[in-house]
Design a protein around this ligand. Structure first.
Ligand code: BTN
Length: 258
């Protein structure tokens, strides 16, 4: 009897889902399709990846049991504007996960684009894009890896955790559907109203607002109070002397997770 992975997954018509048992990387496959002219809404989903890619060229260990997917979008904006969609993705993932978690579990988004459970990384987001000659995006690939059953000992300096470890009961296809439903709703909101409502939603779900953080850049490290996120997606820090510093790249550590 033939068994189709996508059977029973009911997605909005915006999406075209292609599923694989095993793939090198869903982001790589989505990039190839994007360069071949595939339409916005193409989703690549795999049960297992053999060469999963994380941020900063890191490896993303991808055994069967977690969610690995990449979504192709073609927003007609600059690369800088498009990069802010990572916050939209974090909100879509947060809202997809929240109903499956016991009340006592602390789920939060962390700047720039991680999802934490009790301070431990449970999902990663990798955006890749190509621009046209006019500086506007040709395509944007949103890759997400969510630790449902497995997690590595350490990811990028942060301890990791799986959803199962905190008592969440869900399947990869349930999570895929909730995430994609949310993603589309937020994408439509963003197209109509811009980044502002996304920023508000992200801040309402963020860990450590108003508290101390340590920022690590390639050549310096400093402390400040996490005062917010501005309209450009920069982290707003209040420094000990009362001045404001905007952080557009770097690693952020919250006190208990250092
Ligand atoms: C991070 O480093 O935090 C981002 C990790 C992103 C991993 C996902 S898994 C699905 C997609 N395919 C990949 O090769 N990477 C992303």
């Amino acid at each position: 009897m033939s068994y189709n992975l996508t059977d029973g997954i009911d997605l909005p018509s915006f999406f075209t889902l292609t599923a694989f048992q095993t793939i090198d990387s869903t982001n790589l496959a989505a990039r190839k399709l994007a360069d071949e002219g595939a339409s916005e809404g193409q989703v690549i989903w795999a049960l297992k990846q053999e060469s999963g890619v994380g941020r900063r060229g890191r490896q993303w260990t991808s055994p069967e049991g977690n969610l690995y997917c990449s979504v192709l979008l073609r927003p007609n904006v600059s690369a800088v504007e498009g990069a802010k969609l990572s916050f939209l993705v974090a909100v879509a993932l947060f809202d997809a996960l929240k109903p499956y978690l016991p009340e006592s579990i602390d789920l939060a988004v962390k700047w720039p684009n991680d999802l934490l459970i009790n301070g431990r990384k449970t999902a990663g987001i990798l955006l890749e894009s190509r621009s046209n000659n006019d500086g506007r995006l040709d395509w944007l690939i949103i890759g997400t890896g969510i630790n449902i059953r497995h997690y590595p000992k350490v990811t990028d300096g942060l301890p990791a955790i799986s959803l199962e470890e905190v008592g969440a009961k869900l399947t990869t296809d349930q999570l895929l559907k909730s995430y994609l439903d949310n993603l589309l709703q937020l994408y439509q909101l963003w197209k109509q109203e811009g980044f502002s409502p996304i920023r508000q939603r992200w801040l309402a779900r963020a860990s450590g607002v108003g508290g101390p953080v340590t920022v690590r850049l390639s050549n310096e490290q400093f402390e400040g109070v996490f005062s917010g996120m501005d309209e450009n997606g920069a982290l707003v820090l209040t420094l000990p002397d009362g001045s404001t510093r905007l952080v557009t790249a770097g690693e952020v550590f919250l006190p208990t997770y250092k």
